[in-house]
Design a protein around this ligand. Sequence first.
Ligand SMILES: [Zn+2]
Ligand SMILES: [Zn+2]
Length: 202
Amino acid sequence: MYDALTSSYTFACPRRGETSVRLSAFRQLERLPGAAHPAVYRVRFECSCGDEHLGLVTHGDLDCAPLGLGEEGVFLNLMTDRLEAVDTEFAELAARHIQAGEWPWSFFCYPEEIARPIFPSSFRLLAPGSRTGSVGIAVRCPSCSRVSVNLVSPQHVDLPFVNDAEIGVVEHLFTQDVSTTLEEFSAALYSGEFDARRLSLE
Ligand SMILES: [Zn+2]
Ligand SMILES: [Zn+2]
């Protein structure tokens, strides 16, 4: 499902049989109701064949696989900043990064005016940004549950522990339900009204 060497996910493509995409090619993530162990997300992604398709990913594939962690027995505790019940080399490496104050993924929460650590499961919408090579992300804040839109580099999304020093932030308060804010998201992304914020996690 996730290949750490290419930092990409494998999905079915109706034209090519199989396709490989990075996180930044995801367009929409939606947690499916019901399934809890593990939680399952429906992902709409942009395929290299030119179309968008739907695929399913588990919570573990989304948040743990890019860190080199398996799904079982892994719990990265955001509250205590500790990686618990894991003993692989990757996990230790990830734990060292985290103890040094580096987070696998982060975003800038506009309502709270603060940079916060997140996991890919906090991404809701992604789209090519207005600046060449940029990616617009709508993130649901794990702390305040509100949605912020940031403009980042693809590496910021695709590679754990690679965080842009400075990112673009849309100064707009989004409604809670992201599915109804798809238009709002697109409008904000192409408005060009981004403000630069430093992404330092204290
Ligand atoms: Zn395809
Ligand atoms: Zn927040």
